[in-house]
Design a protein around this ligand. Structure first.
Ligand SMILES: [Zn+2]
Length: 208
């Protein structure tokens, strides 16, 4: 279709000549489509690519309108809360097997007996009470299994991570496993000359 270009004056005239049908003046105000027509509309759109898909607000509306639209959108959420009933429904819908993080029930496996508070404390002390990935201190440290095997509690397989780093290790498990095991093997090589590491690396039973 040929693009029609109107002069500013013409646009002004068009606006004047056309009745204002915004808000309550709209003939469809407060009305709803019938189910039948909704179905028809849906079928007519099926298989056709959306004009808005993969486009930013700026591309669709232009910069000025995009700012207004974004503001409107964010303001519409202010003061609104989801009821407890809805929240429960939402959490139920994505729990367990339905979660995208579901790993065939791996999280229900039990930790080995050796994985006790004493060992965790020891690992945190070895890592100088810092998150080994981001270097954060003075925070809760989680002792993480590098190969995600809960029964492999050798000290090379354990590492201290802060909360946010520990959460990110839940995604991209293969990559994180490789990265952290590489880091640990390097660390062990460095510490091999250090007497302190020899103490730390001694079997747990003999220290007890
Ligand atoms: Zn961290």
């Amino acid at each position: 279709m040929k693009k029609r270009i109107f002069s500013k004056e013409h646009i002004k005239n068009l606006k004047l000549n056309h009745a204002d049908i915004s808000g309550e003046k709209n003939p469809f105000y407060n009305k709803k489509h019938k189910r039948k027509s909704l179905k028809k509309m849906r079928i007519a759109k099926l298989g056709k690519p959306s004009k808005l898909k993969n486009r930013t607000y700026e591309e669709i509306y232009g910069v000025e309108k995009a700012i207004r639209q974004k503001k409107k959108r964010s303001e519409s959420h202010i003061g609104k809360t989801t009821s407890e009933k809805t929240r429960e429904k939402m959490s139920k819908a994505l729990r367990g097997e339905k979660s995208y993080l579901w790993m065939s029930g791996k999280s229900f496996e039990k930790y080995g007996k050796e994985f006790n508070n004493w060992l965790k404390k020891k690992i945190r002390k070895r890592d100088n009470y810092t998150c080994q990935y981001c270097g954060k201190r003075n925070c809760d440290l989680y002792v993480h299994h590098i190969d995600y095997n809960k029964t492999n509690n050798s000290e090379e397989n354990l590492i201290s991570l802060c909360g946010s780093c520990h959460t990110t290790t839940n995604h991209n498990r293969r990559l994180w496993g490789d990265l952290l095991s590489c880091f640990m093997s390097r660390k062990i090589n460095e510490y091999n000359y250090n007497e302190e590491w020899a103490f730390v690396n001694a079997p747990i039973v003999s220290i007890k």
